[in-house]
Design a protein around this ligand. Sequence first.
Ligand SMILES: [Zn+2]
Length: 287
Amino acid sequence: MLVSAKEMLQKAKAGHYAVGQFNINNLEWTKAILLTAQELSSPVILGVSEGAGKYMAGYKTVVGMVKGMMEEQKITVPVALHLDHGSYEGCLKCVEAGFSSIMFDGSHYPIDENVAKTKELVKIVAEHGMSLEAEVGSIGGEEDGVIGMGECADPDECKRIADLGVDMLAAGIGNIHGPYPANWQGLSFETLAAVQEKTGEMPLVLHGGTGIPEDMIKKAIDLGVSKINVNTECQLSFAAATRKYIEEGKDKIGKGYDPRKLLAPGFEAIKATVKEKMELFGSVGKA
Ligand SMILES: [Zn+2]
């Protein structure tokens, strides 16, 4: 059964660890993440961007796949199925499709409009027992064609949004999506501490988890980050393992072209990446 992310994140905040959000793209991704979470007895959040939702043939298809897989594979750890960077319309679609959590990314709206739309969604998700993530201050890099500059959120604006009754808050602290450039300035712990001070018990979300040094991740968790999004890193490890298989000519040996064989190394690579992250975030054994 899918659960809202509310309880798992409150527990993470109290226990000083973070739950990973791993974005899914297809069946292999989903299976690799769910099996790893179960093996490590870790709570997990499956992230679905609007683009990935479209790619996987619609939100209802995703819900059917995830629910069916959890039942057949006997997944008993807490799993939240979460819309990543949703538009207002996308959020409504995922509520209808049976997701258990949504993120409304209103960071590109003026703050008053972000507040108004977030407020409406707080009401809607409460009626469905779902959790809601809001965003203040755009997160840099590119995600589904949306380009942000990696700005730092205004702690007072964070408090305004947090007070609406959202369950988790993504605040820009100099983090960006995708690989980090060589001249990246690092996370702004000053901003993070200021946001944490204003928002108190609110679990904070760190987007763009790929390539942030381990000591920065640990410090961010110490300062109140309870959810960390990982997307690019699984894509890179899947691509590298698949490339190796092809370059070694293994698809030309026997029935090596069988997709179940062809995609196996990438599948194992995602599992290894997810395991590494769950260990780093401290969520192992917390299910
Ligand atoms: Zn993000």
